[in-house]
Design a protein around this ligand. Structure first.
Ligand code: 5AD
Ligand code: SF4
Length: 429
């Protein structure tokens, strides 16, 4: 999401006459787009800001701005705590950036953190940053009002709002015409996408179909789905469109009903498993990935075992695994003690990571001997003689390059694997 936002910022600043540069020495401004979701994300930003001080001593005109969720959360406090920062701009205020930069150039500090109920940057065509020319993100909605008790996002990104579907389809079409072959539709909770301004409202399954219809060889992905809102209708729409990718990111957060209740996730383990079953029913070849938090408030050993058990049942293809990090201002920080000791959180997290590593390897071993259509993305990091790409399930395949060309589809037979990668060979066309 931040990556997509930086591309919007790039467009706004390009329009205002600024140019992107590739080295610090050329820069007048360094703008850091930030995440506030866990404390370690914020600490990394602070570390980076402090490192930049040395450069500012050499280059007296260099100014630093903080954008995004950390800016929204800390507001002008950030310019006091990190006194080499001159600008703070929240995620709904990027249109004001040219004016804020002007203020900084005049020697003042600048801060704008107003949240909006309507801003979606719908009319802005993002500047594609560091793009491979093959895959791109499209932001389809902003904000979140699910108020999971541990999560700072509703406070830093504001109310949920959806973007005009026609602008989304236009953006996808333009990308396709420029040679892109994969778009990922982004929102905090894409299943609650809803546009009601047209005579017939557009829901997320409708939107997916509209984007999938841009071209049969444009792959469409999406993130993130909230399990409480994952509908059969969406799964049916996916099943009807082979170019909607067979991969669903379904963050579970915990395998214990008691934790899910305290987290305000609004589903039970039973409900979640029913949704997993629905995915397997409509899309038997779909991969499922997740997010999980270890050591949330009052989590017992039994709750933790329930999470491990859920992982064994679902057998995720990939998981993002985190230690609980208490965030100021959330319901949990006000009402629920952060009472699992750090060494216990770490041990539980490591147990989840070890189990998931084993499951991913076992899942990948089942892939050996299968053949997939792969969108070729580029050279493998390890060898120029090999290319890599992804299958519809979002698994990375590495194979000898032969006559394959990035940006095209090729069939690849899986011959070997690691826990993270499938190894294969091109099959005859
Ligand atoms: N501590 C740890 N992980 C968190 N996440 C969100 N808030 C927190 C927090 N306070 C995780 C959730 C979410 C992912 C994007 O980040 O798993 O799905
Ligand atoms: Fe945070 Fe929950 Fe919203 Fe995800 S759905 S952004 S975890 S409040």
């Amino acid at each position: 999401m931040n990556f997509a936002d930086s591309e919007v910022v790039g467009a706004i600043l390009t329009e205002a006459g600024y140019t992107l540069c590739s080295t610090l020495e050329e820069a007048d401004f360094v703008l850091i787009n930030t995440c506030a979701i866990r404390d370690n994300a914020e600490q990394r930003v602070r570390h980076r800001v402090r490192e930049l001080r040395a450069q500012q001593n050499r280059q007296r005109t260099l100014r630093i701005g903080i954008l995004g969720c950390m800016a929204e959360r800390l507001q002008s406090r950030l310019m006091v705590e990190e006194d080499n920062v001159s600008l703070v701009c929240g995620p709904d205020a990027y249109r004001r950036l040219p004016a804020l930069l002007r203020q900084v150039r005049e020697g003042q500090q600048a801060s704008e953190v107003e949240l909006s109920t309507t801003e979606t940057y719908a009319d802005i065509e993002p500047v594609r940053l560091g793009s491979n020319g093959i895959s791109a993100y499209i932001s389809i909605m902003r904000g979140c009002q699910n108020y999971c008790s541990y999560c700072v996002v509703p406070y830093t990104r504001g109310r949920e709002r959806s973007r005009d579907p026609h602008t989304i389809v236009d953006e996808a079409r333009t990308l396709y015409e420029r040679g892109y072959r994969e778009v990922t539709l982004l929102g905090q909770n894409v299943n609650s996408y809803r546009w009601s301004a047209d005579s017939v409202p557009t829901g997320f399954p409708d939107l997916m179909e509209m984007v999938a219809d841009v071209a049969p060889d444009l792959r469409v992905r999406f993130a993130t789905s909230h399990p409480k809102d994952l509908s059969d209708e969406l799964l049916q729409a996916m099943a009807a469109h082979p170019n909607i990718c067979r991969c669903i990111h379904l963050p579970v957060q915990s395998g214990s009903d008691c934790m899910l209740k305290l987290m305000n996730r609004k589903y039970t383990v039973g409900w979640y498993l029913d949704r997993v079953e629905a995915i397997r029913h409509y899309l038997p070849d779909c991969s499922i990935t997740t997010d999980v938090i270890a050591g949330f408030s009052s989590e017992t050993e039994e709750d933790h075992q329930a999470t491990l058990e859920l992982f064994r049942r679902v057998r995720y293809d990939y998981a993002y695994m985190f230690k609980y990090s208490e965030r100021e201002g959330t319901y949990a920080s006000r009402h629920l003690a952060d009472d699992v000791p750090d060494d216990v959180k770490t041990r539980r997290l490591n147990e989840i990571i070890a189990l998931q590593g084993q499951i991913a390897l076992e899942n990948n071993r089942l892939e050996v001997g299968r053949e997939y259509e792969v969108l070729v993305e580029g050279e493998s990091h390890r060898s120029k003689e090999r290319l890599f790409g992804r299958n519809s399930q979002n698994k990375v395949l590495v194979f000898d390059r032969g006559d394959a060309v990035p940006g095209t589809y090729r069939r690849v037979l899986v011959t070997d694997c690691t826990a993270a990668t499938l190894l294969g060979q091109l099959t005859a066309e």
